[in-house]
Design a protein around this ligand. Sequence first.
Ligand code: TYM
Length: 333
Amino acid sequence: MTTRKIVFSGIQPTGDFHIGNYIGAVKRWVAEQDLYDNIFCIVDLHAITLYQDPNVLRGKIRQAAAVLLACGIDPQKSLLFVQSHVPAHAELAWILNCVTPIGWLERMTQYKDKSAKLESVSTGLLDYPVLMAADILLYQADCVPVGEDQKQHIELTRDVAQRFNTLYGETFVLPEGTIPKVGARIMGFDDPTVKMSKSIASDQKHHAVGLLDSPDQVWAVLKRATTDSGKEIVFSNEPGKAGVNNLLTVYQVLTGQTQTEIEKHFQGKLYGQLKREVADVIIETLKPIQERYNALMQDPNALDGILQRAAEQAATRAAPTLRKAKLNVGFVV
Ligand code: TYM
């Protein structure tokens, strides 16, 4: 019997999920559900590394679950649960803290970017990647499908696992990050030099398209999308073409067409037409997701039930690895 590879991935329930999250991560989670043994986690412990209004966070956690189910995560095929419902994540994170040199964490680019903007930096923010390592290692995951921004964190996870295994004996599988070839880094529509992000989107109206945005909202963002003063609609790595390249990348992932087909399709057309067509494929993609989302939100008890059952199963699956880690460090278990 061949056992399926274990996939683990996570998403923070902060802000609204945007088309970058969908393209870089969620779309692939859904598409590859039949191939793997899937575990997906709404990482609320990570969310509070930056202050969150408690009532808003509570709403966002449920919303995150409904959006992921609406995108096509199938509870019959995948575990979808909330991180804080499974205490093993925090427990293992503590153990891993004790083998992780601070210098490794201080070098993380996301930490450097986020902490540079803060007056007071929490210990949790620095420790964020260790908790992420715990998430992944608890389930002995083989693959971690993420966008490019998480690559460094996955490498750190491997380093932490390796160090633990060396110090205490073979305990953890070393996971591989799987980054998509196209769409690993969707850029802001208002500024194609920065990665599309939930935090910028909450301050700047025309930065991102949220998965729950109405057709009018989608078009309001797309029609203002930054392009350039030229008129060629081609894929290009030239910094000056970053806006057009980003629009074409979104179009490519959502239509499944090849770059050659797309360039041919847009040959001789104007940027206004490109923006309209990208908006239309986004709207078409979001329509069924939003319909399912609205239906799911009618029944919060059913939603809570799905999360509850998945958390129980996740806890059962996490227990042997946590026990092994505890045994190996010398605890009496
Ligand atoms: P988060 O919540 O920032 O993002 C969720 C997923 O979306 C991807 N992503 C993008 N992909 C393409 N273009 C973009 N502009 C873009 N923005 C975000 C992210 O790469 C991610 O895959 N630290 C993680 C959550 C996490 C996790 C884990 C992930 C916690 N534990 C364990 C994997 C395994 C995060 O903040 O993702």
